[in-house]
Design a protein around this ligand. Structure first.
Ligand code: HEM
Length: 357
């Protein structure tokens, strides 16, 4: 849904490209720098969503929004004990403030639309505000718009950023995949003048990079599962699941099942080339499946591809352990329930410019 809308809106790739270049800039001194990948990419994907979906431009307001939003997310999976000074309590308070900020933005946009200052196609909010029934009355209430904005922010924040972080780790560990991906991006960049933005055609050529992303999602799905309700009695593996029961589908288990993905722990992006036909339906479920499949799939695809393009164009990197951590396993991760690295995955980065960027 959003993918189609974004493709129609001409500046999508330019906007993702600009945000990526801004976040991924280092002084060209050639000296290495250290970065924690996950927080950096999280704020990048947050900024992309803010600009593209909500038309919220950089500035103090967006920074406040990000800080409150992060506080809200931190407590979403904590023990739900609402006592002062708990993570849960801080999260609830932040959530109220985020809702208030979103409601204010929606109101401002309604006024802008009424005064003809922005077109209906400006962003997701103006689009939703402009849907009218035959009598000219709004179809989506402002409360529904606020709910949808909150849902999109939460669903799009921790997902693509986790995928990109895992790809950064993979590329540091696997020189063959790194070389193949760099080659693909170099070929695309060669056809462009320095600073020329990526086009939809360029993105459609990033086939190997997307296979690497899919294979990363197969082994390390950011969303490890979800609930469904049995609409009728089902027999599965010799067990009866009665109608009305809740079922938890687990991407981790299906996507590492040896009978579906042989040698399942081997990282092999060729599973997603012409071999993709051998993957049975509902077995690659990193984006879910069926009617509730992730509506942000296309958006996540081109966001990931554009960010990876600029990362490869501008830097080489290697993994390192954090000075602040006594653990030598800094590059291992745990689930919270999203995959998290103890310090956010520390890397040493060296700026390059071997691709036009
Ligand atoms: C790598 C990136 C992403 C992954 C792996 C991912 C994965 C998922 C999964 C597994 C679901 C549940 C689907 C189901 O129940 O069948 C989901 C739902 C959803 N995703 Fe994504 N997602 C990603 C990026 C995004 C982005 C960037 C957005 C928005 C900009 C987004 C918006 C949503 C929304 C709104 C839902 C709820 C849909 C519903 O309940 O009907 N996702 N996503």
């Amino acid at each position: 849904m959003w993918g189609r809308w974004m493709k129609k809106s001409g500046n999508t790739l330019i906007c993702i490209g600009k945000a990526s270049k801004k976040s991924l800039t280092l002084p060209a001194s050639g000296h290495p720098r250290h970065f924690f990948v996950l927080p950096l990419i999280k704020s990048l994907t947050f900024n992309i969503i803010c600009s593209l979906l909500f038309g919220l431009e950089p500035g103090t307001r967006r920074e406040k929004f990000l800080a409150l939003f992060q506080r809200m997310i931190e407590g979403m999976w904590s023990v739900p004990v609402n006592l002062p000074f708990t993570r849960f309590n801080r999260s609830l308070k932040a959530s109220l403030m985020v809702r208030k900020m979103v409601a204010d933005i929606v109101n401002e946009k309604r006024v802008d639309l009424e005064q003809g200052k922005v077109p209906a196609s400006h962003d997701l909010i103006t689009k939703l505000l402009s849907i009218r029934d035959e009598g000219g009355a709004p179809v989506v209430s402002e409360k529904e718009i606020v709910d949808n904005v909150m849902l999109v922010m939460v669903a799009g924040y921790d997902t693509s950023s986790v995928l990109i972080t895992f790809m950064v780790r993979l590329l540091a560990n696997d020189p063959d995949v790194y070389a193949a991906m760099l080659h693909e991006q170099e070929e695309i960049a060669k056809s462009k003048a320095i600073g020329e933005p990526l086009t939809w055609e360029d993105v459609s050529k990033m086939k190997y990079t997307w296979r690497v992303a899919l294979e990363t999602l197969r082994i390390f799905p950011p969303v490890f599962g979800g609930f469904r309700k049995a609409l009728k009695d089902i027999e599965f593996g010799g067990y009866l699941i009665p109608k009305g029961w809740q079922i938890f589908w687990a991407a981790n288990m299906t996507q590492r099942d040896e009978s579906i993905f042989p040698d399942s722990m081997k990282f092999d992006p060729t599973r997603f080339d012409q071999n993709i036909a051998s993957i049975p339906p509902y077995c690659f479920v990193a984006f879910g499946a069926g009617q509730r499949i992730c509506p942000g799939y296309e958006f996540a695809r081109f966001e990931t591809l554009v960010v990876m393009h600029y990362l490869l164009a501008r830097f080489t990197w290697k993994l390192c352990c954090s000075n602040h951590s006594s653990s030598s396993k800094d590059n291992d991760f745990s689930r919270d329930p999203m995959p998290v690295f103890p310090q956010g995955l520390l890397i040493q980065v060296r700026p390059i410019c071997n691709i036009a960027c």
